[in-house]
Write a protein that binds this ligand. Structure first.
Ligand code: SF4
Ligand code: SF4
Length: 409
């Protein structure tokens, strides 16, 4: 691999936290292994978000790595020089052994972050996680009040529970990030969501626009924002970033369909990131399994994680710039955005090796921009809720949020 994290640091200099960590010359540099890794410890989740980033074919509970297998993964990652672990899902606290896994991460010297919907947490459980060494909590919010938020989550009383858990998080003096996934049905609440994050004493707010693959692609017509909403969103975020400087850090990226150039998805395929699925597959991004025809290696195979990262076919297929077709191949930005998102290129063009249509230079760009405009204006508002049953269509009068969503599968 030619372009490692070490190369990257040399180019940028230690101007931010990540670069400072990289400059410590940890074993991660030798291997080029990322400093942070996402562990999707389960796909089970009590929520049914229509934009869920999990694959449409969810891993069943029976296929999940065992406690001992996850502990072995954590030990191996620590030995490789990984510094930070994100416990994610699905809902990571749906696993009965989550405290044991966090304790093991602590024991092997990993900084741990819990990415949670919060609705399964009790105060005792959160306390036990803090005692086990949990370092940070990130809670997802679907709105700033129950009517919108519970409808999007597909679960009654979810919003109230999230507020409660956020309060406990700060009482336990754990740092808190609020993650708000934004789309046409909740963008009108953005200013209030920003204020909610301030009131919750969060350190950071991620204003995340929906990425349209997996479940979100199935719900694109119901979720796609209008251009007017995007313009208003950018204005609100920019104003809040200035006003709340030093109080709340706000991350925001313009949604792909309305962007001029694609984002540097995952920092480039196989360059800065990988995640491990509930069944143990090592993936270049959480949506990579949506690309058919790519085989992903498992931690259950005979290969080490370092070998999979460096040598596996899936990681090398779109690494660097050698795989690129025109217009990327001769484009001056090819080492800035690495051609955008492979999963989006696959979802919209049928070939993950094409230029991401979010780019204005892609021959497909005009078509997807028009599609976004048309779908946003069409007033198709019913969700297909994410669940193990293959999805449940919202009733015309709104979802019955009390129904069993099969999250225990
Ligand atoms: S359903 Fe919602 S809360 Fe659950 S994993 Fe998906 S996005 Fe996260
Ligand atoms: S043509 Fe390719 S490399 Fe150039 S800006 Fe578009 S996506 Fe990026």
């Amino acid at each position: 691999m030619s372009d490692t994290l070490a190369d990257n640091t040399a180019k940028t200099g230690p101007s931010d936290g990540l670069a400072v960590l990289e400059s410590r010359r940890s074993p991660a540099e030798t291997y080029g292994i990322p400093l942070a890794v996402l562990l999707e410890v389960t796909h089970r989740c009590p929520l049914q978000c229509p934009y869920c980033s999990n694959p449409v074919e969810l891993d069943r509970g029976s296929t999940e790595l065992t406690t001992e297998e996850w502990k072995k993964v954590l030990s191996e990652l620590a030995e490789l020089g990984v510094l930070q672990i994100h416990f994610s899902g699905g809902e990571p606290t749906a696993r009965k052994d989550i405290v044991e896994l966090v304790q093991h991460a602590t024991d092997v010297g990993l900084y741990s972050n819990l990415i949670t919907s919060a609705v399964l947490l009790t105060k005792d459980k959160l306390s036990a996680l803090a005692d086990a060494g949990l370092c940070h909590v990130q809670i997802s919010f679907q709105g700033n009040e129950s009517i919108v938020a519970d409808r999007v989550a597909g679960l009654k009383d979810a919003h109230r529970k999230k507020l409660e858990v956020a309060k406990w998080t700060r009482e336990l003096e754990l740092p808190l990030t609020v993650n708000a996934v934004m789309h046409r049905q909740n963008l009108h609440q953005l200013a209030d969501i920003i204020q909610m994050a301030v009131n919750l004493d969060a350190d950071r707010l991620e204003v995340a626009n929906v990425q349209y693959y997996g479940w979100a692609l199935k719900n694109r017509a119901a979720l796609m924002p209008t251009i007017a909403q995007i313009e208003e969103t950018s204005r609100i975020v920019e104003e809040a970033q200035v006003r709340l400087k030093g109080t709340l850090a706000i991350d925001y990226v313009v949604p792909d369909y309305y962007a001029l150039r694609p984002k540097k998805c995952m920092g480039g395929w196989g360059r800065q990131f990988f995640n491990i699925s509930p069944a143990g597959k090592v993936l270049p991004c959480h949506a990579a399994e949506s690309i058919t025809g790519l085989e992903f290696e498992s931690v259950r195979s005979n290969h080490s994680i370092a070998w999979i990262w460096q040598n596996s076919e899936a990681f090398n297929r779109y690494r660097g710039t050698g795989w690129m077709p025109e217009p990327c191949k001769s484009c001056e930005f090819r080492e800035e955005d690495f051609g955008g998102c492979r999963c989006q290129a696959f979802a919209l063009t049928g070939d993950a090796g094409n230029t991401d249509p979010a780019c204005t230079l892609s021959p497909m760009h005009e078509k997807i921009f028009k599609l976004a405009e048309t779908e946003a204006a069409a007033e198709q508002n019913r969700f297909l809720y994410r669940n193990f049953a293959g999805g449940t269509l919202e009733t015309e009068h709104g979802q019955d949020n009390g129904q069993d969503n099969g999250h225990g599968a």
